[in-house]
Design a binder for this molecule. Structure first.
Ligand code: S3P
Length: 457
């Protein structure tokens, strides 16, 4: 178990990336690792199912390993089928087969893990305590605690249950109709997972549609989920999830691919193909934003992996221009805004993002932290309460030290921005890249990006 006593964990996690400028066009095909959201869900559903499930294309990032470890701690047998930890076999224990863990369940840096597990733990007839690293301990949990309390679970935590660690005593839940104030797939999924255990039909409404991987994956385990015309999502309780007949295949993560899409758009002469990435509309906001910015993106080889649509996306360098982001695209691109900010700083004209205050409660305050880092690198960006206004420049000055604040996506976004800087950018506290994209640097180098790890000073 990791030790999270040290308050500096999130702010001083080590790892310095030295990035940019690109030495020439970026070229090649890239296969990015498996989808983080789906990897979490696959472990959860397979562990709660009766029978044995094989999962392929799993993301072996620290966040997903935290989820797997949590189920191991509660008595689930998980076999890794290869050294890379991209294939695994899970011996499900059934919806009522988990055992109380001996110690605090540790979600590390993973918001998706802790929020979805709040729903799972609410359904158990034993008490569990769940916590995470210093960054996760600052993130709001009331959004998931309130609904599971209404369903009948008892939850104790800091700030009236808003902060980790949370102690969740579950069992005997009743269904609710949850009208979520935030557009959050984590909240929706938490309530649906608790709903598996509740008496009655659980319903969820969200202010804007969010990623629907839980709804798509539950039927693979024999559990139908209905989505009505008005967007209401409903799920009936069950006694059993069943391991699927076939392995669960997880497509490549569009949120990881997007870093290379932006890099290839920014570096003149580049031509990069992102192989077989998820293009589910609820994850495809980044492509809509980039197209509206004038990016040269071509979809090839459309297919499906499991219940998810995928395609190759060919990206050729193109003169990006500014735009106003459509508020409806915000949830569908929520994880991509750090790198889209980097694109906007190097586009022609003004880029405006509003209605995106959720960015302030991610692994870091992504509006403040990106603004600080981009300003230090020579960009023109004004922070707004719920977004940013950016004036594009032909190049960043670079020759700067910036702080990723232990946030994986900030570190990778700044490595991309650096490709069109005049001097290098040193990105501190970047080690968290391993939470979602352990081989980012190797893949970036494979298409010619100028980025490497330095020794900590
Ligand atoms: C996720 C949902 C999003 C996203 C996160 C993964 C998920 O969070 O930012 O990286 O897997 O459900 P919110 O639901 O809080 O928007």
């Amino acid at each position: 178990m990791r030790n999270h006593d040290d308050e500096s964990d999130a702010m001083n996690v080590g790892g310095i990336l030295i990035a940019g400028p690109a030495k020439g066009p970026l070229r090649g095909d890239i296969i990015v690792p498996g989808d983080k959201s789906m990897s979490h869900r696959s472990v959860m559903l397979a562990s709660l199912a009766d029978g044995v499930t094989e999962i392929h294309g799993f993301l072996p990032g620290e966040d997903n390993i935290s989820t797997a470890q949590m189920f191991i701690d509660m008595g689930v047998k998980i076999e890794w089928l290869n050294d890379e930890k991209t294939s695994l076999r899970i011996h499900g224990v059934g919806l009522h087969g988990l055992k109380a863990a001996d110690a605090v369940l540790d979600a590390g840096n993973a918001g998706t893990c802790v929020r979805l597990m709040t729903g799972v733990l609410a359904g158990q007839d034993f008490a569990s305590t769940i916590s995470g690293d210093a960054s996760l301990c600052k993130r709001p949990m009331r959004r998931v605690v309130d609904p599971v309390r209404k369903m009948g679970a008892q939850v104790d935590g800091g700030d009236g249950g808003n902060l980790l660690p949370l102690t969740i005593s579950g069992g005997k839940l009743k269904a609710i109709q949850h009208v979520s104030e935030v557009a959050s797939a984590q909240v929706k999924s938490c309530v649906l997972l608790a709903g598996l255990y509740a008496e009655g039909v659980t319903r969820v409404n969200e202010p804007k549609p969010t990623r629907d991987h839980t709804e798509r994956m539950l039927p693979l385990f024999g559990q139908p989920v209905e989505v009505a015309e008005d967007g209401t999502i409903s799920l009936a309780p069950t006694d059993q999830l069943s391991a699927p007949d076939h392995a669960v295949d997880i497509p490549a993560d569009p949120s990881s691919a997007c870093f290379f899409a932006v890099a290839a758009s920014l570096v003149p002469g580049s031509d990069v193909t992102l192989k077989s990435i998820g293009i589910n509309a609820r994850r495809d906001g980044w492509r809509r934003v980039m197209k509206a910015m004038g990016a040269d993106l071509t979809l090839l080889n459309e297919a499906s992996v499991g219940k998810e649509p995928v395609a190759d996306v060919r990206v050729r360098a193109g003169g990006l221009h500014g735009m106003v982001v459509d508020a409806n695209d915000v949830p569908d691109a929520i994880d991509e805004f750090p790198v889209l900010f980097a694109a906007a700083c190097l586009a022609d004209g003004e880029f405006v993002l509003a209605d995106a205050a959720e960015l302030r409660v991610k692994e870091s305050d992504r509006i403040a932290v990106m603004a600080q880092a981009l300003l230090a690198a020579g960009a023109s960006i004004a922070e707004k309460a719920d977004g940013a206004v950016i004036q594009g420049l032909p190049a960043l000055s670079g020759n700067a030290d910036v702080d990723a604040h232990g946030d994986h996506r900030i570190a990778m976004a700044m490595a991309v921005a650096a490709q069109r800087a005049k001097g290098e950018i040193r990105i501190h506290n970047a080690a968290a890249i391993a939470t979602s994209f352990p081989n980012f640097v190797a893949l970036a180098q494979s298409i010619g990006m100028n980025v490497c790890w330095a020794e900590d000073d």
